[in-house]
Design a binder for this molecule. Structure first.
Ligand SMILES: *[C@@H]1O[C@H](CO)[C@@H](O)[C@H](O)[C@H]1NC(C)=O
Ligand SMILES: *[C@@H]1O[C@H](CO)[C@@H](O)[C@H](O)[C@H]1NC(C)=O
Ligand SMILES: *[C@@H]1O[C@H](CO)[C@@H](O)[C@H](O)[C@H]1NC(C)=O
Ligand SMILES: *[C@@H]1O[C@H](CO)[C@@H](O)[C@H](O)[C@H]1NC(C)=O
Length: 349
């Protein structure tokens, strides 16, 4: 009798363990309310923004693949300017060859080394990559990316899919707030048959309802209210809000929040190009698109500036207490990266 019970119990354990292994633990992806604090001694902050970089394929006729072409220029910039960190706008891991899977499938996926650590050398391998999740990250195992960040290598910073960084720098201890958000929930309309892949993934963490969307918008608004005493407020998400790109599903709901609560700039990727919608009278937020880290495609209709289709590259920023200076770098030609668009703005009053 005892032995019978023991066997039954063992079978039950195996069933529970197996079920857990296949589960998407929702608590790992849920927003973190408490800010992560960073302190810098330097007078200015220097950072590079890159997105959609997770494809390391080499095309016929290429000596270097698109990813290495961009990473070489990024390395030059990061070393010349002693960049402090990378803003990663997501799509960190794609299908890289026939038969490959989307995203990463676990914390042990060889892509962590092959597509990230081996692809970005020198200073790029020393500084932190502050990341958000793209759709291709969700099509794989997004929980594994959070797990990797929390338990294996914090340099790939994604402690949850929504998080806040409070950063202090310079002689006056200037405060900068970064709100990193997951836009997949806002971008994909459930009724669109093309978006089935995303809804299947969101369902697994219970994020497939309109209520969840409302909750996450409220989370963003609450964090923005809390951080109103920051000199600079920035938001990062995968999907763009540049001009007509903001028309998807709930994406447009983000823009009024950013306008109301003093967000200076929003950084995104997803469209594989470089583009900007600049702040102007009646529209105080600068919207950046930097999604040309390994693939190329059209940008956003109606942008104030956009690189031609086929452009690879990234965005470089220098931030001081009272000035945000940026330059877009076109690195399509591997050995001759060039600055193609520059500008600056000041903190919002
Ligand atoms: C996804 O990653 C999590 C966290 O590392 C892991 O517990 C889970 O087993 C993975 N899921 C699958 C289907 O492999
Ligand atoms: C986190 O913030 C959300 C909304 O901003 C709130 O509903 C939730 O209760 C908070 N969670 C914790 C653990 O404080
Ligand atoms: C911002 O407000 C928090 C409390 O809400 C306070 O602890 C902090 O010192 C303030 N920071 C600045 C830069 O004023
Ligand atoms: C790689 O970049 C070239 C332009 O340099 C472009 O023609 C090609 O389509 C890109 N590859 C992918 C997969 O987007």
């Amino acid at each position: 009798m005892n032995r019978y019970l023991y066997v039954t119990f063992s079978i039950l354990c195996v069933v529970i363990l197996t079920t857990n292994t296949n589960a998407f633990p929702g608590d790992l992806v849920e927003p973190h309310n408490k800010s992560y604090i960073e302190q810098y001694q330097s007078e200015k902050l220097d950072f590079l923004t890159v997105g959609d970089w997770g494809y390391d394929g080499i095309e016929p006729g290429q000596i270097y693949g698109n990813q290495s072409i961009v990473s070489m220029a990024m390395k030059d910039w990061a070393e010349y300017y002693s960049s402090d960190f990378i803003i990663n706008t997501g799509d960190s891991f794609y299908i890289n060859y026939d038969g490959d899977h989307e995203g990463v499938n676990s914390v042990y996926d060889p892509k962590w080394n092959k597509v990230w650590k081996d692809a970005y050398k020198g200073r790029l391998a020393e500084i932190v990559w502050y990341s958000v999740a793209g759709n291709h990250d969700w099509y794989g195992n997004i929980t594994a990316q959070v797990d990797y960040s929390l338990n294996y290598d914090k340099r790939f910073f994604l402690p949850s899919t929504f998080y806040v960084r409070e950063l202090y720098f310079g002689p006056k201890n200037t405060k900068v707030v970064w709100i990193h958000i997951d836009t997949n929930i806002f971008y994909y309309e459930p009724s669109n048959p093309e978006k089935l892949d995303m809804m299947t993934q969101l369902k697994q963490v219970g994020w497939d309802t309109v209520q969840t969307i409302e909750d996450k918008l409220k989370w963003i608004e609450d964090r923005l209210i809390e951080q109103q005493n920051s000199t600079w407020i920035f938001v990062v998400g995968h999907h763009p809000l540049v001009a007509t790109c903001a028309n998807q599903y709930y994406m447009g709901s983000l823009r009024p929040l950013f306008e109301k609560y003093r967000v200076a700039a929003y950084f995104s990727g997803h469209e594989h190009n470089l583009a900007i919608e600049t702040a102007k009278d009646g529209q105080p937020v600068t919207y950046f698109l930097s999604g040309a880290g390994s693939k190329t495609r059209i940008g956003c209709d109606g942008s104030d500036w956009g690189a031609p289709v086929g452009t690879l590259g990234f965005l470089h920023t220098i931030l001081t207490e009272d000035k945000f200076t940026y330059e877009f770098i076109d690195s399509t030609t591997a050995l001759e990266p060039k600055i193609v668009y520059t500008g600056f703005f000041t903190p919002r009053p």
